[in-house]
Design a protein around this ligand. Structure first.
Ligand SMILES: *[C@@H]1O[C@H](CO)[C@@H](O)[C@H](O)[C@H]1NC(C)=O
Ligand SMILES: *[C@@H]1O[C@H](CO)[C@@H](O)[C@H](O)[C@H]1NC(C)=O
Length: 392
């Protein structure tokens, strides 16, 4: 049922994008991506595509620790240049508006909203284009051993339904792990109470032999879930530094010693009151490939160029996207993705606004390049942290 729904949605999305492209261009695939859509991608990705083309990516991927503002000016340049083609953008805007205001047959959109379909299509194309650029890894074997190890440690295998799930902490991964245990018969139902064991009864791709890995990457359904990058970071901060003592003990003392002028010995020993600004300063100095998984960029965790995912779901559309995946892998119909736990405190728009605006603007601007690939690849726009916005 949901599968048919999805088919209808797919047809809908093709119909919607047809006006943007020549049929001939379409058949040549994304290499000949219609220019209008390319601009849409650039606009959506905050100029990253342009940066790749101009060879700026390497300077952005590893921004100098505690940047002197240089990385930010790359961003701004790229944005300005993307904005130069106002005409193309205008065309896209008007197409988008006609799409959104319903030149599309109503039946075509059943189940999924237009915005969601458009965002998904842009995400799909952005990833394709970016992964084609040279210097992007083409498969897992072209990754450095460290990157490959991280990736393989984050891919879970389900043999019964032949799928691979790359988990991203703070993106509903506990519920997916529970789901995998149910699907493999290790757990009776997803609502089972009790603490989640993040290792037991789970099969990691990293524990398999190279030819077993190769086979599964080629033949299994592969998916991951993403979330707005700043919300994910904030969620990690609030959870790890607000609630979990092991984390306060493990990271707190060092962060306070490094980033709090005039700290007291007691503060440093406890490590219990790391502020969001201190956390951000700490992130700026960390190597993305060696970060703790809760704040490592989603790109580094799941390597969406080295692994060609069949589906990238979003936290913002969790129920809908999860249902799609379950249908796709042939999960028994009585198994459904769990609702949010009642104790869960979502990060609201207001909370995000509060935290992003409570730290010096320059800190956030320095932080964005570190996560720019997450924004761009997965189709999230950069947060508005202008002074006007923060005044509200
Ligand atoms: C992107 O679109 C293609 C063609 O529709 C599809 O086969 C592929 O699974 C999609 N990839 C993602 C990540 O959605
Ligand atoms: C940011 O927010 C302010 C105030 O709400 C608004 O005037 C401005 O246009 C926004 N900027 C962007 C880039 O969205």
């Amino acid at each position: 049922m949901a599968l048919r729904k999805e088919d209808a949605a797919k047809k809908g999305s093709v119909a919607r994008f047809r006006p943007l492209a020549h049929a001939a261009a379409r058949s040549r695939g994304s290499a000949a991506l219609p220019s209008v859509l390319t601009f849409a991608v650039i606009v959506a990705s905050g100029g990253l595509l342009l940066m790749i083309e101009k060879g700026m990516l390497s300077s952005v991927e590893t921004p100098s620790p505690r940047g002197n503002g240089r990385s930010l000016s790359y961003l701004q340049n790229a944005r300005d240049q993307a904005a130069v083609d106002v005409e193309a953008q205008g065309i896209y805007q008007s197409k988008l508006e006609s799409v959104v205001t319903g030149t599309v047959p109503p039946g075509a959109t059943r189940g999924l909203s237009n915005d969601h379909n458009i965002q998904r299509e842009i995400r799909n194309r952005t990833m394709k284009i970016m992964c084609k650029q040279k210097n992007m890894p083409q498969n897992i074997w072209s990754l450095s051993p460290l990157k490959r190890k991280t990736l393989l440690q984050h891919i879970l295998v389900n043999e019964e339904h032949r799928f691979l799930y790359c988990y991203v902490p703070k993106v509903a991964c506990s519920n997916w792990k529970r789901m995998l245990k149910v699907l493999s018969g290790a757990l009776e139902n997803v609502d089972a109470k009790g603490k989640m064991d993040h290792k037991a009864d789970l099969v990691f791709l990293g524990n398999m032999k190279p030819d077993e890995i190769r086979y599964r990457l080629r033949h299994y359904f592969k998916f991951m879930f993403v979330r707005e990058p700043m919300t994910r970071l904030l969620s990690a901060y609030r959870n790890k530094f607000g609630e979990i003592q092991e984390y306060q003990k493990k990271y707190g003392p060092e962060i306070i010693r490094r980033y709090r002028p005039g700290y007291t010995a007691a503060e440093a020993a406890a490590g219990a009151d790391v502020t969001f600004a201190e956390f951000v300063r700490y992130l700026l100095d960390e190597d993305p490939d060696r970060m703790n998984e809760h704040w490592m960029p989603m790109y580094n965790l799941c390597q969406p160029c080295a692994v060609q995912y069949d589906f990238v779901g979003t936290y913002e559309r969790l129920q809908e996207d999860a249902a799609y995946v379950l249908e796709k892998v042939g999960a028994p119909p009585h198994i459904r993705y769990p609702e949010r736990q009642s104790w869960y405190k979502p990060v609201t728009k207001e909370t995000l606004h509060y935290y992003l605006c409570s730290v010096p603007q320059k800190l956030v601007w320095d932080l964005l390049p570190k996560y720019i690939i997450d924004f761009s690849f997965f189709g999230y726009s950069l947060p508005n942290t202008t002074t006007e916005y923060c005044r509200h």
